[in-house]
Design a binder for this molecule. Structure first.
Ligand SMILES: C[S@@+](CC[C@H](N)C(=O)[O-])C[C@H]1O[C@@H](n2cnc3c(N)ncnc32)[C@H](O)[C@@H]1O
Length: 245
């Protein structure tokens, strides 16, 4: 393999795929696609749909994602998981012997809360890297609600559900965007002047949105989220918190 191309594909809408990404998919010698397990099989299906829509002639190699060992401390667990994924990629590449660039379809943008670059850095010998940007869940959220990402001259903090739970609202930022929150950590915040703009399955056909003052919107979002998760078997959601407005 001469090069690894990490191609941002957006957040679930095939129309998020840029012209640059389409061209790269057509030019790749091999495409690697993770199998996500039965709960998220519609996400793997979406990757195949995108490949078909781009007329990509490249052979596709599917690989299984390893399971994280929850008994380990968080940082060790994640590092070990990345090591295992790198080994799986290396084995798949060794078997496929691609004669040109290898493409990986990356959800959203490869640089935002995604470890593909960190996993690629573990490969030996190191391949050349090309990153093709994609539409992120942040953009999908603010455009779905038709709101600006930032206030005038304001700072935005992007954080995770885990950090919000452990440390509360980051000090100083007037806008906070939260990703990777499987536990609705906003429900523990005691901030009467906060508003929330929430979205799940952003960009997809089943997109759902809710917004309003945090205290009023929280029970509504919890109910919508639980219902949607039960219906689809999986959920990805993102939200923006802002004072006033
Ligand atoms: C591993 S991160 C990947 C982020 C991705 N690289 C991006 O640029 O948006 C997964 C998190 O992104 C957010 N996310 C991704 N796709 C989403 C979607 N279609 N709707 C809502 N949130 C989404 C969720 O917060 C989810 O927990």
């Amino acid at each position: 393999m001469t090069e690894l191309w990490l191609i941002g594909i957006g957040t679930g809408n095939p129309e998020h795929v840029t012209l640059e990404a389409r061209r790269a998919l057509r030019d790749a010698a091999l495409v690697m696609v993770p199998r996500k397990g039965p709960d998220k099989s519609d996400l793997a299906d979406l990757r195949h749909l995108i490949l078909a829509a781009c007329d990509s002639p490249a052979p596709v190699v599917e690989f299984d994602m390893p399971v994280r060992d929850d008994s380990l401390p968080y940082a060790t667990r994640v590092a070990r998981w990345h090591d295992e994924i790198a080994q799986i990629w290396a084995a798949a590449l060794e078997k496929a012997q691609p004669q040109g660039p290898v493409a990986l379809l990356v959800w959203g943008d490869p640089g935002l809360y995604d470890s593909t670059l960190r996993i690629a850095a573990r490969l030996s010998p190191k391949p050349g890297l090309r990153v093709i940007p994609g539409i992120t869940a942040l953009q999908a959220l603010t455009s779905a609600h038709a709101i600006p990402f930032n206030t005038v001259n304001g700072a935005v903090t992007i954080t995770t559900g885990r950090r919000l739970r452990d440390h509360g609202l980051p000090p100083g930022a007037d806008t906070v965007v939260v990703m990777l929150d499987g536990e609705c950590s906003f429900r523990h915040l005691d901030a009467p002047d906060l508003r929330i703009w929430w979205g799940a399955y952003l960009g997809m056909k089943n997109q759902i949105l809710a917004s309003g003052p945090l205290s009023e919107a929280t029970p509504r979002i919890l109910e919508m989220r639980a219902r949607a998760r039960a219906e689809h078997g999986w959920i990805m959601d993102t939200y923006l918190l802002r004072r006033g407005d």
